[in-house]
Ligand binder design. Structure first.
Ligand code: ADP
Ligand code: MG
Ligand code: ZN
Length: 477
């Protein structure tokens, strides 16, 4: 029996206004090479100056990940030659990172599992290469943007755990407000290291490092593929070679990029143009004060304050904006138990948002209208559940209040028995065989007949009332 051993290196771009060692703007989507200066273009003699906000953000992430934040930190040069790196070295951190030895507890099937964080360090991003036909262009707007690298210990034991780790990490960092962590936009990037070993063994196997991962799903899929590939090699007695491999989304395979023999020697040495930095205990305490309620705390609070299940709360808090959107609605819902509201948020509303490729917080439905709809469906039974969902969709589309839509579309639920009698008479007349089935003891036939009433009334009949009448008529007659 083999087990997978996985460690992740995650890069997140920090959301500061200026770059990390110069005053250039970090704004996204500007004309190429318009946000550059002698410092981030690596002109000779230009000197870096540290952006303290970036350092503060790094400390914040370190604290949120339960790291020990270093009072003494310094920067180092990491050398390599590539056109996206104008200085031919990257200012990074080597032996004295901002923070180290933390952890993140993730949820696994059997409970919680602790993934240790090895280090959190601050560095500068490289530029972006754009390949077109047979030319390559370079845009240095990204060069010098602050980047945080978060390295886990090899404590992750399955591709699914890697996925959970990333989801939780992203959520925490978004809550801190220091990065968007959007893999599609490249503000979160991940390299995944994986080896296998006999279950229970204590030594680590030879790892491969997976790159070119463009989504959390790609991280998971590539790790799954790679675990299988390594296991195949091991089982057939072949050697696993330490190498860097690229995930090929199209063929769903990993392909060799380079082996250890070609591995880089970065010739790290201290950055002579920046002094070491001392972050006082007081400053660290002050930054800790500024850490908001994090997803896990909010999840427990939602359970306690609003009577929600752990599962429902977990879904609602994962995205900060969604959590706030939900809470705004919980607050004004008159009942103490907010489960009905949570159900509508997680069920129909999330489905509508997903259809539009959005999150619930982006839907422009006022809290009052939303709650009014829930009340109309769940409490007053003025419209059916099914029509309720249709009304919600219309609300998202038009911004109209539910009562107006119900009136316009004539969707009011028919709950009064008198108005249903005629339709029910017809259904009984038209479905003699089902009626007989019911009378001969096949109780399932009743649900079929209720369905026919719903169909006839275009979903407006109150199914409970229809069922009662049908039952009475069929057994009483
Ligand atoms: P490298 O020097 O190749 O960058 P590191 O020791 O710095 O390797 O570790 C980089 C990442 O790889 C870390 O997240 C670490 O947890 C993970 N890692 C290290 N060794 C292994 C291994 N044998 N199997 C799986 N992951 C590993
Ligand atoms: Mg590495
Ligand atoms: Zn600059």
């Amino acid at each position: 029996m083999y087990e997978a051993v996985i460690g992740l290196e995650v890069h997140v771009q920090l959301k500061t206004k200026a770059k990390v060692f110069c005053a250039c703007s970090t704004e996204f989507g500007q004309e190429p090479n318009t946000q550059t200066c002698p410092v981030c273009l690596g002109f000779p003699g230009a000197l870096p100056v540290l952006n303290f906000t970036a350092l503060e953000y790094a400390v914040k992430v370190g604290l949120a990940l339960n790291c020990s934040v270093q009072e003494f930190t310094k920067f180092d040069r990491k050398h390599y030659y590539y056109p996206d790196l104008p200085k031919n070295f990257q200012i990074s951190q080597y032996d004295l990172p901002v923070a180290k030895e933390g952890y993140l507890d993730i949820e696994v099937g059997s409970g919680q599992k602790r993934i240790r964080i090895r280090r959190v360090h601050l560095e500068e991003d490289a530029g972006k290469l754009i390949h077109r036909d047979n030319i390559s262009l370079v845009d240095y707007n990204r060069a010098g943007q602050p980047l945080l690298e978060i390295v886990s210990e090899p404590d992750i034991r399955s591709p699914q755990e890697a996925y959970e780790y990333l989801v939780d990490l992203k959520s925490i960092i978004q809550y801190l407000g220091v990065s968007d962590c959007d893999m599609e936009k490249g503000t979160l990037r991940c390299d995944a290291n994986i080896s296998i070993r006999h279950k229970g063994a204590s030594v680590l196997g030879t790892k491969s490092e997976l790159k070119n991962l463009n989504s959390f799903k790609a991280v998971k899929d590539s790790l799954e593929y790679e675990a299988q590939r390594q296991q195949g090699l091991a089982e057939s007695g072949r050697e696993i070679i330490q190498e860097t491999r690229l995930w090929d989304e199209k063929s769903s395979r990993t392909l060799v990029m380079r082996s250890k023999e070609e591995a880089k020697d970065y010739r790290y040495f201290p950055e002579p143009d920046l002094p070491p930095f001392i972050i006082s205990r007081e400053k660290i305490a002050q930054i800790r004060q500024g850490i908001p309620e994090l997803p896990k705390e909010r999840r427990s609070r939602f359970q306690k304050e609003y009577g929600l299940s752990q599962y429902d709360s977990g879904i609602l808090v994962s995205l900060k904006n969604n959590a706030e959107y939900a809470e705004e609605r919980f607050r004004i819902w008159p009942d103490k138990n907010k489960k009905l509201v949570a159900n509508w948020l997680i069920g129909p509303l999330t489905a509508i948002a997903a259809q539009r490729n959005q999150e619930i917080f982006q839907l422009e439905i006022s809290p009052e209208d939303f709650l009014e709809l829930i009340e109309l469906v769940e409490k007053k039974q003025a419209i059916s559940n099914l029509n309720g969902k249709a009304v919600l969709e219309e609300m998202a589309k038009t911004g109209k209040p539910p009562s107006v839509i119900i009136q316009e579309k004539n969707l009011s639920q028919i709950s009064d028995a008198g108005s249903l009698e005629k339709d029910i008479d017809e259904v009984i007349a038209e479905n003699a065989s089902s009626v007989n089935d019911f009378k001969s003891g096949k109780t399932n036939a009743l649900m079929f007949l209720v369905g026919q009433v719903m169909k006839k009334t275009k979903g407006k009949a109150n199914p409970k009332v229809a069922q009662d009448i049908l039952k009475r008529r069929l057994s009483g007659e």
